[in-house]
Ligand binder design. Structure first.
Ligand code: NAP
Length: 317
């Protein structure tokens, strides 16, 4: 089968499209024919081993996993004998755990992985870009127990996680302000934001507004300065937090009424099913900036690494 393979950490060109062996499903697995995947912000960090700590998990000298890609949309090509809930021909989409491997024509996954039937009203390219941002935003909003009429600020509202956070917060009935550049005002308003703030011109911590929830999707805020923009029992979600912000957050949560949430998201099929239903009722829409064929995966990585994509980058396999 065709796959984008990397055997050393480095620039986008380390990704080479070549022929590799097609996987064979185990008894409890589905063999998926991947039709589309996406390049997400985490993918280029793994490709480059940036930060260095990536090497402690994924291989000190060279990557132990050679095919990246954590999301997919495609078709069930065959099933192992114990598989009960999916059948050959089902269109499915989902999120892969730490095994990655969706930059390829085929991937085997256990049937209890984060998989659901693809929403009927969107294409494979559109479905593939949903899980990364969607599952991340959903994980944190559930943890924060978001409620209708809460005031929510989303920083990085034009990115993959941010655009999902805006739409999910609206679907819960929140009043949403998106922080983005003026070039992305139309996009962020089109996905439901009630108000937008241009981060290049205005510091939201200085305008006197306070929020029940502040969701920073791109790790660009000052945690200390942002505290005063939270209500008395407000919650700050730092989905892209580094070690410094995690420690700051822990301290704030331990010593005040305010809470800071950080950490790595979990993978659950229930979350993918929830997103499917939201899409089918028109409350959540895929945001695609560009689409590349798998052969141009290196170009797609270079674009994502610049940090200015609008929503998501789909890859046609
Ligand atoms: N906790 C977890 O388990 C988890 C899960 C998934 C992702 N993450 C992390 O989440 C982070 C975000 O991922 P992503 O894919 O959503 O990012 P992304 O799509 O690459 O973000 C790009 C967007 O951010 C905007 N942006 C850049 N600087 C900004 C600023 N100062 N203020 C507001 N917007 C700004 C850019 O707009 P302009 O072009 O206008 O600058 C662009 O539209 C990554 O670091 C990823 O590792 C964590």
């Amino acid at each position: 089968m065709k796959a984008a393979v990397y055997t050393q950490y480095g620039p986008p060109e380390v990704l080479q499209v070549k022929q590799v062996e097609k996987p064979i499903p185990k008894k409890n697995e589905l063999l998926l024919r991947i039709r589309a995947t996406a390049v997400n912000s985490g993918d280029w960090r793994l490709r480059k081993a940036d930060p260095f700590a990536v090497r402690f998990i994924f291989g000190l000298v060279s990557p132990k996993i050679n095919i990246l890609g954590s999301v997919f949309s495609g078709e069930v090509e065959s099933v192992g004998e114990d598989v009960k809930h999916f059948k050959v021909g089902d269109f499915v989409f989902g999120h892969i755990d730490m095994s990655f491997g969706s930059y390829a024509e085929y991937k085997c996954l256990p049937e209890n992985a984060s998989i659901a039937l693809k929403p009927t009203n969107i294409t494979h390219n559109e479905a593939a870009v949903i899980p990364f941002g969607g599952v991340t935003a959903l994980h944190f909003f559930k943890k924060a127990m978001i409620k209708a009429n809460q005031k929510v600020l989303v920083v990085g509202a034009s990115g993959a996680v941010g655009s999902a956070a805006v739409q999910l917060a609206k679907s819960y009935g929140a009043i949403v302000t998106g922080v983005c550049s003026a070039a992305n005002f139309d996009l962020v308003k089109s996905i439901g934001a009630d108000k937008v703030i241009d981060y290049t011109k205005e510091d939201f911590t200085q305008n006197g507004e306070i929020y029940d929830l502040i969701f920073d999707a791109v790790n660009t805020i000052s945690v200390a300065r942002t505290l005063k923009s939270l209500t008395k029992n407000g919650i700050m979600i730092l989905s892209a937090a580094g070690m410094k912000e995690m420690l700051q957050g822990l301290w704030i949560s331990m010593t005040s009424n305010k809470k800071v949430m950080t950490g790595v998201i979990s993978h659950k099929a229930a979350d993918i099913i929830f997103l499917k239903e939201l899409i089918e009722t028109g409350k959540f829409k895929p945001v695609i900036d560009r689409t590349y064929p798998l052969e141009q995966i290196a170009e797609a990585h270079a674009y994502v690494e610049r940090g200015h994509k609008k929503g998501n980058i789909a890859i046609e396999v």
